[in-house]
Write a protein that binds this ligand. Structure first.
Ligand code: HEC
Length: 235
């Protein structure tokens, strides 16, 4: 139904209760739709933000819980994610999800500072390649890169790939990338799917350079000045 009048409330109210009911009916119908019925918000077109598994977030398994997580015989691989980052530099990497017989796929990832006062905040900026999108989280400090609907059909019988471009921040310490992905069976429901997770870290390149140059000339590692400790924040 074309309800263009709804966009002009003044005219609507003057037009009487008949027109008002006609405009409200479709809205009420959507609000009372049975769960599982076709919804205007399609999860397949993009998962809800905040489901990477990092910093206490749940994963896709919160809804796609039919099979145990990380137990379907597949895996997430991240190709060309840099082990070290330089300020403002742009890197391109691929997230690849492998699972035998996957019918539809999706993922979500976030890159955040691991430690310190910025822990859990966005580190750098994403640019999504084909089949992916960049979205803001409910919390303004986090941005996610995730599948778009056209990126849910796997390119190969047993795997799917999304290309992501990431520009490192201007400063900061260790950065952690959390990824959760869903190897789904293409039945348009959250059932029968396999969820996988992965984590990658990248260190500031200058820190690594300092560490290298402080090695003794014999090539033997320099004695550690810091006792190995537990991370101060949950990743
Ligand atoms: C709050 C619940 C919820 C969460 C969390 C969730 N999904 Fe879904 N997802 C659904 C529902 C419901 C459907 C089925 C219908 C639809 O598309 O809305 C679905 C469908 C899908 C499908 C298509 C499944 C099929 O077999 O056809 C994919 C792919 C998918 N989700 C990926 C993800 C990924 C990736 C995540 C995590 C990053 C995720 N979802 C997190 C609820 C969720």
């Amino acid at each position: 139904m074309n309800c263009a009048t709804c966009a002009r409330p003044g005219r609507l109210w003057r037009s009487g209760p008949g027109l008002l009911a006609a405009c409200l009916l479709p809205v009420l119908a959507l609000a009372t739709q049975a769960p599982g019925a076709t919804s205007p918000v399609r999860h397949r077109a993009g998962p809800p933000p905040g489901h990477t598994g990092g910093f206490g977030e749940p994963t896709c398994h919160a809804c796609h819980w039919d099979n145990a997580a990380d137990a379907g015989g597949g895996a997430i691989a991240v190709h060309d994610f840099p082990p070290a980052w330089s300020p403002g530099r742009t890197y391109t990497f691929d997230v690849v999800l492998r699972h035998a017989g996957v019918g539809r796929t999706g993922f979500q990832a976030a890159a955040r500072f691991a430690y310190g006062s910025d822990a859990g905040r966005d580190a750098g900026r994403f640019r999504a390649g084909a089949g992916a999108a960049v979205v803001s989280g409910l919390n303004a400090h986090v941005t996610y890169v995730q599948h778009a609907e056209e990126g849910t059909l796997p390119q190969w019988p047993d795997s799917a790939r999304w290309r992501i471009t990431w520009t490192a921040p201007d400063r900061g310490g260790r950065i952690v990338l959390h990824i959760a992905a869903n190897a789904a069976n293409n039945d348009d429901s959250p059932l029968g799917d396999f969820v996988y997770t992965a984590t990658r870290t990248t260190e500031p390149a200058e820190k690594i350079a300092v560490r290298e140059s402080s090695r003794p000339p014999t090539g033997r590692p320099a004695p550690s000045t810091r006792a190995p400790g537990r991370p101060r924040h949950r990743l």
